[in-house]
Each structure stands twice: as structure tokens, then as C-alpha cells.
Design a protein around this ligand. Structure first.
Ligand code: HEC
Length: 124
């Protein structure tokens, strides 16, 4: 009895793997994002700054999660990159709640935009 349950589970597992070849493709597509130089550059800059003291990739912390930000602005025009880059430098609140993002005047607009591009790549 136990054995047949196990083999059923195995079968289900096999079916799940075999049946989702299309899905696997899109998953490896998502994994490829991490090889994107835009992603790598932005990640490096984010890692060097204090962003991660307030932002997590998946979890809401002091600030919204990076995935939430990516979802919110998915499909927005490129102008949003300039806008959000400017906001990282100037700081602010009111879009996600009353918590404040501290200003980052030492970051150039170019670097801020590189960080934003990385964040926006994190959409699911
Ligand atoms: C002191 C905490 C803190 C730090 C440090 C911080 N953030 Fe934020 N961030 C926030 C909060 C809070 C919000 C939400 C602001 C709002 O509601 O308008 C936010 C929002 C954002 C947004 C979305 C803005 C919008 O208008 O939707 C981006 C993009 C962002 N942060 C990027 C960064 C980057 C990149 C860094 C590092 C350079 C950084 N943050 C550092 C707290 C922080």
C-alpha cells in the first residue's frame, strides 16, 4: 500500500515535470534575467548602497518589496525609469504609504536609473 502511494506520487511528479515543458522554458527565461548586464549592474549598485536596509526582494519591509515595485510599474513607459531614479535621489513618500525613503544625493541620476532598471526586471 505504502509503495503504491509512493509510486503514484512519483508518477504525479513525473507528469508535472513532463507536462510543463512550456513552463520550464519560461522559467529558464526568467533565470536568464540574472545574466542580463543591466540586471547585474543595477544589483551591484544596489548592493553598494543602503537600499537593502529598507527594501527586500520579496518581502515588504520599511519600503515596498522590489517585486511589488516591479509589478506596479510593469508596462509603464520608459519615462518611469527617469522618474523613479529621481525619486531615489530626492527621497519621498506617499506612493506606498507614509514611510519615508531617505534621499540619496550622492547617487548620480545615471546610477539611480541603473538601480531602477534592475528593480523593474524583478517582476514575475
Ligand atoms: C530609509 C529606508 C529606505 C532606503 C534606504 C531606500 N528606500 Fe526606496 N523606498 C522606501 C520607502 C518607504 C518607499 C515608499 C515611498 C512612497 O510611498 O512613496 C520607497 C520606494 C522606492 C521605490 C518606488 C518609488 C515609487 O514612487 O513607487 C524605488 C524604485 C526605491 N524605493 C528604490 C530604492 C533604491 C534604489 C534605494 C537605494 C539607493 C532605496 N530605495 C533606498 C524606503 C527606503
Amino acid at each position: 500500500m505504502k509503495k503504491s502511494i509512493l509510486s503514484l506520487a512519483l508518477l504525479a511528479l513525473l507528469a508535472a515535470c513532463g507536462g510543463s515543458s512550456g513552463e520550464n522554458k519560461s522559467q529558464s527565461g526568467a533565470a536568464d534575467v540574472s545574466k542580463d548586464p543591466v540586471y547585474q549592474k543595477g544589483l551591484e549598485l544596489v548592493g553598494k548602497s543602503d537600499c537593502l536596509t529598507c527594501h527586500k526582494i520579496d518581502d515588504v519591509f520599511t519600503g515596498p518589496s522590489y517585486r511589488q515595485i516591479a509589478e506596479k510599474y510593469a508596462g509603464a513607459s520608459d519615462a518611469i525609469i527617469t522618474e523613479l531614479g529621481g525619486k531615489v535621489i530626492k527621497g519621498g513618500n506617499g506612493v506606498w504609504g507614509s514611510a519615508l525613503m531617505t534621499p540619496h544625493p550622492a547617487i548620480s541620476q545615471q546610477d539611480a536609473e541603473a538601480m531602477v532598471k534592475y528593480i523593474l526586471l524583478l517582476k514575475k
